[in-house]
Design a protein around this ligand. Structure first.
Ligand SMILES: [Zn+2]
Ligand SMILES: [Zn+2]
Length: 347
């Protein structure tokens, strides 16, 4: 075991405060990463506040991790000391269930180990996340971060990037396709950049005018203010795919009405309230309401390589660890463009 420093919530709804804890020794299949940057994901706040069911405390959040490999186990060939490595939302899976065998390890049927607020596969050792100086993980669950990418801006790719890349790929965003992105926040701005790079024509749907310039600068062709009901009506029968990153309550049927034949509205931001929907509005043009959550290790690497080729990173505000609690307040107030990233040298 080796001692490391981090920021932890000691209890549900607690403030994030400095905490020292142990990381395991580097096993034969492990690597040790000295963390440089850790993104703040909205789900960190949900979990610290125990909004998603029983949580494990003390909790060191953080599943958008980038750093440098400082040790490798004897069996590891995937990484060498000095490589830039990333860690996303999970750090282990069974490797033998139908989904793991099929390359969809993020859907493991038998006890995936989440990066924090979870247990290792032994079922008794809690996992601690990226708001810390160091992490030890199985090499197979770490990612290569392309050297040309800004390391701080690359951290949010590990969750916000893959969460939007996976549905864009699955529903074939690309040339000739019209994609709408609902909400221009941490997830939404990644969806815009990725869909534009894939060659799709992108429209941003936002509740207010404030982010128009940013959306167009990110490559969106159109910007629609959704508080004006007439604007959405004009877009009837337009989009092949809508990525919904909005967790606030919305009238989902107004958006479904903008889908064209075989179109899908994909939920990636956990809705705060259940949707009320008359199923018949999906019937006419074989429309779908669907969902997506993170992605496999294989697809996360594909996403990082794609971002390397297209030089895509998140728009970020770097903060010292002492500002995490204030950053949480600002995330809740939608006052961030577009992701906070902790400089872990300040821990
Ligand atoms: Zn996340
Ligand atoms: Zn499995």
């Amino acid at each position: 075991m080796s001692l490391t420093k981090g920021y932890a919530a000691q209890v549900a709804n607690g403030k994030l405060e400095p905490w020292e804890f142990e990381r395991r020794e580097v096993g034969a299949n492990d690597i040790s990463i000295d963390i440089e940057f850790a993104g703040i994901c909205h789900s960190d706040i949900h979990q610290v506040n125990e909004e998603w069911g029983e949580a494990i405390f003390p909790m060191v959040p953080g599943h958008e991790i980038v750093g440098t490999v400082v040790a490798v186990g004897s069996n590891v060939t995937k990484f060498k000391v000095g490589d830039v490595a990333g860690v996303g939302c999970f750090v282990d899976s069974c490797g033998t269930c139908e989904y793991c065998l099929d390359g969809n390890d993020h859907w493991c049927l038998d006890n995936s180990a989440y990066t924090y607020n979870g247990m290792e596969r032994d079922g008794v050792t809690p996992t601690y996340g990226g708001y810390s100086k160091n992490v030890v993980v199985k090499a197979d669950y770490a990612l290569h971060v392309p050297a040309n990418l800004d390391r701080a801006g690359a951290a949010p790719l590990l969750c916000a990037g893959i969460t939007t890349f996976s549905p864009l790929r699955h529903w074939n965003a690309g040339p000739g396709k019209k994609v709408a992105v609902m909400g221009l926040g941490g997830l939404g701005h990644m969806a815009v950049k990725l869909a534009v790079a894939m060659g799709a024509e992108v429209t941003v749907m936002s509740h207010s005018e404030g982010k128009r310039e940013d959306a167009l600068a990110m490559g969106a062709k159109n910007f629609v203010v959704t508080s004006d009901k007439e604007e959405l009506k004009k877009l009837a029968n337009t989009f092949d795919l809508i990525i919904n990153t909005v967790s606030a309550e919305i009238e989902i049927r107004r958006y479904i009405g903008t889908l064209r034949q075989w179109g899908s509205l994909v939920v990636v931001g956990a809705p705060g309230k259940p949707y009320s929907i008359d199923g018949s509005i999906l019937m006419g043009r074989q429309l779908s309401l669907s969902g997506s959550n993170i992605g496999s290790i294989k697809e996360t690497q594909e996403m990082l390589d794609f971002c390397g080729e297209h030089n895509i990173v998140s728009d970020i505000e770097i903060i010292p660890a002492s500002a995490i609690n204030e950053a949480y307040e600002r995330v809740l107030a939608s006052d961030v463009r577009y992701r906070f990233v902790i400089d872990t040298a300040t821990i």
